[in-house]
Structure formats: C-alpha cells, structure tokens
Design a protein around this ligand. Structure first.
Ligand code: M6R
Length: 610
C-alpha cells in the first residue's frame, strides 16, 4: 500500500527519493509524488500512474534539493487523482506525506475550515498538513507543532513533514503504521520500509507506537508517546539488494517461485543444525510458553490464512491439540471464546497487515498471553507485538502474489507442529528423526516440482482463454486448492473457486460443463481413491480435468483427464510440494493473458488499512 521516503543530506536528495519510491512500488500504489525544500520554496511534483512518470516530470522541472519527502499512494479517501496524491501542502509552507487512515478527519476538517483553511483534496492527509500549520502559526516550532497535531488525530498514521520555516529539519511520527529512521554519514532518512533506503544505509531505528522523531543531517532525536526523549536500538538490516532486483527473471513472481528451494532451506537452517525440534527455535523463553498449551488458534489473512488452514490438519493429527483457524478480519469483530492456555499464532508475510495486527491485539485484550508470530519481515509490527517469533527466511517478497512466503510459512508451521507434539509427549525419537529427514529432503522435492514448468506452460495456454476455473482438493490438499484458486484469480483475473472434492455434489457440480476447467490436487494419500471417485462426477458431466498428482498415484490419463506428476510422494509434506505447480499455473496463465503479474489491478502487497 502507501509508501514513505524522506531524506536530509548535503547532496541532492531527489535521486534518493525517486530511487526509494521505485523500491516501494511493489507494495502497490496508484500515484506518486515528492516535495522538496528548495531555498524559500516548497516545490512539489505529483503524478497518477507510475513513479517513472513522476520522475520525468521532476527532471523536466529541474528538481534538486537537500531536503525532501516522497510518497506512493494507494487510494483510500478520495479517487486516484493528482490532487489527491501526496505530498499535501499547507499554505505553501509545509508538506506532509502520510500512510494510514485518520478516523476523525471530518471533525478536524470542520474545525480547520472555521479557522480559514481551504481544502483542495478529498484526502484525510490534507487535514494533517493544515493542522500542523495551524499549530506552527500559534508559535510552535515544527516538531512541537507536529507533536501537538498528532495528539489530536485518531486513527493510524506514519507521517513525514518538511517545512520551509525550518529547512534543517525532517520530522516524523508513527502510530499504527510502520516507520523507521535511517542513519547515514552526515545525512539521515525516514522510510516506511527499509528497502526504500537500503542503498543509502542499512543502519535503522524502528520507531515505536506513538514515537515522534526530529531528524537533521547530523542528529536524530526520538520522543516517546508522552514526548519524553528516548533512545531506541539501532539495527543493521540484512535485506539483500539482490532480493530487491529482478535479475534474469521477467517478473518478481517468477523469480520468487524459483527461489523456493533456497527459501525453504534457509527457513529450516537452524532446525537442521540442531537436528531436533526444540522450543528455542521460537525464542528464548518459548519452552515456558509452549509447554502447557491446550490448543492453537491461528489468525491470518489471504494466503497466510491458507497456510494456517493447512497447518490445522498437521497440528490436530500430529500434536493432538485442537486447532482453529480464522480470518483475522472476522475474528477481531466477534465475541470470541478465549482460553488463555491456547496459543495464538498469527501468520503474516509482511508483519504489517492491519487486520491481523488488530486480531492479535484483540486476542491479547481477551486474556491471551501466549502469542506467536510467523513472519517474513524482521522487526515488523506483528512480531514485535508477539511473545514468540519464528521468522521465515524467504527474503524480500516483492510480487503482490505471495509464493515463497507461503511455502516457508508451511515449513515454519510444520516445525511448530512437531515441536508442540514433542512437548505433548506425542513424538517419539524415531518419528522425530523421520520428520527431520523429510524436511532435509524438501528443498530437493521443491526443485523437482519446479522442473515441471514446461508441462505447466502447455496447460496454461489452454487456461488463458477461460473465464472460470474450479479447484478441488481433499484433506490437507484442500487449502492448496484454495491457494491455487486465489493465485489464479489474483493475477490472471480468471474467476476461480476451490472446493473440497467431496463437496462437489452438494452444489458446485452444477457449474461443470465443457467450458469449465477443473484443477485437481490429488497426490497419493489416504484420500486418493475418494478423489478419484469425485472426479468421475466431473467426467460424467463433460468437464475437462487437470490433475496434479505424484508418481505413485496410478492416475489414468484420457482425452478429458490431463495429468502432471511430481516425481515422488513426500508424505506429510506433500502440500508444500503441490503448492508449486498451482503457483506456476497461475503465473503462466497470467503471462498468456498479458496482465501486470507483479502488480495486479486493485491489489496492494501490504494491506495496512481496514
Ligand atoms: O502480509 P500478509 O501475509 O499478512 O498478507 C496477507 C494477505 O494480504 C496476502 O497473503 C494476500 O492474500 C496475497 N496477495 C496473496 O497472494
């Protein structure tokens, strides 16, 4: 969603801002802009569409400055127009960029109108600009004006502000949306995401909820929510530049699909080094938290939710603990049953998803203290609010469609399952060794699944002209069918639904005719024969089937039934391997349809609004 970058330096910061905004493009946006303090002027350029268009405009207008802020906007309040794009300026004096949503913007707007402020945009952000200006006019310096203004705001925000009255300062504030300060040498930065400034510095301070910051070229002062100066830890980011570059690939999604053997291996590296499941994999004090767990409640959205649904099959079968999985945006508004001995597991690639964060806060407010976050972004909001953390090591995921985050989440959840099973006394030494060995073999099995790509490309050509598709799976492969359908609709815009194969005759069978491709995830497990009978129902109605199975399944092919086989059956880890072909199918179908694979319409990478 929206992205922020700001810089104060003894060099031209415009290239830093533009480069930062380009690195934030993956989050999804529909307009972009920068504002700089240039002598006595606040200069601004904004464009709807791509950052590159805004960059050209900035070059034509000869933008150069030593202080500036930039923004990529994903429209919430107000349409996609240049007037609504950030930065917003008050009285030609100060400029603001903002991520998040101000809930009391209407009241503040009325109040400021009464003070003579005129609004040119429909955004909640313009309220912030005028409010800070209003307090500056009353005699406060920029930092104090911003601190006073944010105390009057309700909602979520990360903001960065520059003012021509104080050209030596870049001020920022955070509540509910991530923001960090980057520490350079004689220059400093602010950003909503470390990738925006990684070329300039890796030394960063993550602001806490309610923090404000006063950033100059030579200094950074941070204040907590009460306005008291506070020291925050300096982190050295290990985001790799290579993970932010496309390299030889056509799309980030393609690159990220192919990175999965490495991502899976990295995610289980510590486990492989230990050679056993230990609570410490989840944090220093995890033994205490996990020992007397009575059940597991998983909360997540989208693909991360499907990872949770998969894990439910493992957790109940292997650890014997009851497990429920709920979409975070539903859980947070329900009068939930809370057993404080249950473990709350949030799953989030970004660690910023607002619904998941709010569901976690709600669970805590209902007495849940045992909280674990499975997350791909170090130091992001959700792991910071959780007692225990397991970081997946997928590396930066740039494509909006989640791929390597999903498979690494599954690996983390399987590790959790086995750890809980061991603590419950349900995992003997031989079984533990067998699971460890299965995980050790997993990167190789994922690579074998990737090698199926040429066959999947051939299938995708048949998919490209379709309007609809049905995905079927059973048991632990049903969530993989859901994930396959989500991937296909997200990036190819083909309408796709997923059902447990046994549910077909209870309704969706009515949709099946020659025009409806039916994708079946059917590896050789205990439910294979059931799936085979289910697909006879499709066959009898003229449906064309595309079956992903494995070498051992003895699945017959015919004119109506096309089969692709993964080379070997990997037992309990089979859903991880079967996630790969459905990702590839969606990717190649989207490619054939010519969609914008990495930035599908209407979607954002990190969903930081409700
Ligand atoms: O960052 P998160 O894992 O919390 O994101 C959750 C969903 O928004 C995300 O998985 C979304 O469904 C993806 N676009 C799926 O490809």
């Amino acid at each position: 969603m929206c992205g922020i970058v700001g810089a104060i330096a003894d060099r031209d910061v415009v290239p830093v801002l533009i480069d930062g905004l380009k690195r934030l493009e993956y989050r999804g946006y529909d307009s972009a802009g920068i504002a700089v303090i240039d002598g006595d002027d606040v200069r601004r350029v904004r464009r709807t569409g791509r950052v590159a268009e805004m960059e050209n405009a900035a070059a034509q207008e000869n933008f150069h400055a030593r202080l500036g802020i930039g923004h990529t906007r994903w429209a919430t309040h107000g349409g996609v127009t240049e007037t609504n794009a950030h930065p917003h300026i008050s009285f030609g004096e100060l400029a603001v960029v903002h991520n998040g949503i101000i809930e009391n913007h209407e009241q503040q707007r009325d109040r400021l109108r009464a003070e003579g402020y005129v609004f040119e945009s429909q955004t909640d952000t313009e309220v912030i600009a005028h409010l800070i200006h209003f307090h500056q006019k009353r005699g406060l310096d920029l930092l104090a004006a911003m601190q006073t203004a944010v105390r009057e705001l309700e909602g979520a925000y990360a903001i960065a502000v520059v003012s021509k009255r104080e050209p030596g300062h870049l001020v920022a504030a955070r509540m509910g949306c991530p923001l960090l300060v980057g520490l350079g040498d004689g220059e400093n930065f602010v950003a909503s995401d470390v990738s925006a400034i990684v070329q300039a510095t890796r030394r960063v301070i993550f602001l806490d909820e309610g923090d404000t910051a006063d950033v100059t070229r030579e200094s950074v002062r941070i204040f907590d929510a009460s306005g008291t100066p506070i020291e925050r830890e300096v982190h050295v980011s290990d985001v790799s530049l290579a993970s932010l570059e496309l390299g030889p690939y056509r799309h980030f999604m393609q690159k990220e699909i192919h990175e999965q053997p490495r991502a899976v291996a990295d995610t289980i590296e510590a486990l492989m080094d230990d050679g056993k499941f230990t609570a410490e994999l989840f944090g220093k004090d995890a033994g205490e938290v996990l020992r007397d767990v009575e059940g597991v409640q998983i909360l997540a959205c989208g693909t991360s939710y499907y990872a949770g649904l998969t894990a439910r099959y493992w957790i109940e079968a292997i650890s014997g603990l009851p497990c429920t999985v709920e979409i975070a945006s539903e859980y947070r508004y329900r009068d939930v049953y809370a057993n404080p001995k249950n473990l709350i597991v949030t799953i989030s690639q970004s660690g910023e998803t607002l619904d998941t964060m709010e569901a976690l806060k709600y669970a805590k407010s209902r007495g849940h203290e045992k909280t674990l976050s499975i997350c791909n972004v170090p130091e992001s909001a959700i792991p910071r609010a959780s007692k225990l953390v397991y970081y997946t090591r997928a590396g930066a995921e740039i494509g909006v469609a989640s791929t390597k985050a999903f498979t690494t989440q599954l690996v983390a959840l399987f590790t959790l399952t086995c750890t809980l099973a061991k603590l419950q006394g349900r995992l003997d030494g031989a079984q533990e060794l067998a699971y460890i060995e299965a995980l050790r073999q997993l990167p190789g099995s994922v690579q074998h699944a990737l090698n199926l790509e040429p066959q999947i490309v051939a299938w995708s050509e048949r998919f490209a002209p379709k309007q609809h598709a049905l995905f079927l799976g059973r048991g632990v492969h049903y969530p993989i069918a859901l994930e396959g359908a989500l991937k296909l609709k997200e990036i190819s815009y083909i309408h796709a639904e997923a059902y447990p194969a046994g549910e077909l005759k209870h309704g969706p069978l009515a949709l099946v005719d020659e025009a409806m491709p039916v994708v079946v995830i059917a590896p050789n497990d205990a439910l294979l024969e059931k799936v085979k009978s289910n697909i006879q129902e499709v066959r009898a109605r003229g449906g064309e089937m595309f079956v992903f199975t494995d070498a051992d399944s003895r699945f017959g092919e015919s004119e109506q039934v096309h089969v692709i086989r993964t080379p070997r059956h990997v037992g309990v880890l089979s859903p991880i391997v079967h996630a790969i072909p459905v990702q590839l199918l969606a990717y190649h179908a989207a490619l054939a349809r010519g969609t914008d694979v990495d930035k599908p319409r209407n979607l954002a990478k990190s969903v930081t609004v409700e």
